[in-house]
Design a protein around this ligand. Sequence first.
Ligand code: 4BW
Length: 149
Amino acid sequence: MDKLKDSNIMDNEIKELMIPHEKVAHVQLGNPLEHALLVLIKSGYSAIPVLDANYKLHGQISKAHILDSLLGLERIELERLNNRRVEEVMETKIPRINRNATFSRALAMSINHPFICILDEDDSFIGILTRRSILALINRYLTKVKNED
Ligand code: 4BW
């Protein structure tokens, strides 16, 4: 553990761990829920970012959000898939971080969030940081420390 303290792992910048925007499944404001559900099902992810045409981040949408929004009083109202847009259903309070933030900050946020959106200085969306990539870095680091003992 002394080695952990001496190392700068917690000060590392997060951009090396980022999944860049071109590889991130996402939907846009104005898309009907049916489109969002198709993207979620085809990508296999449970939640994805919602962007606008200028790559500004507006929120995230999940399969759970969409299914919940279809619940009527007595039945599942499938027609809402075409009648409602992602902005009516998305979560707007979502974790976001600047690309120059430290690993330490991202690690703390990842305790409660499976992914964190990364923004540049103009607040444009440039990618995501997943819990998987954070755990992979910690695993590599701990293995290295163990092998050095
Ligand atoms: O399609 C998948 N491919 C791989 N390689 N792994 C997957 C896939 N789908 C799910 N997983 C695994 C990952 O380990 O299940 C975990 C939970 O997925 P989630 O949350 O509930 O869909 C995945 O963990 P993770 O890689 O740390 O990703 C955390 C969350 O980040 C995912 C999803 O909401 C989002 N995400 C990850 N990669 C994404 C993405 N969203 C959009 N585009 C991407 N490329």
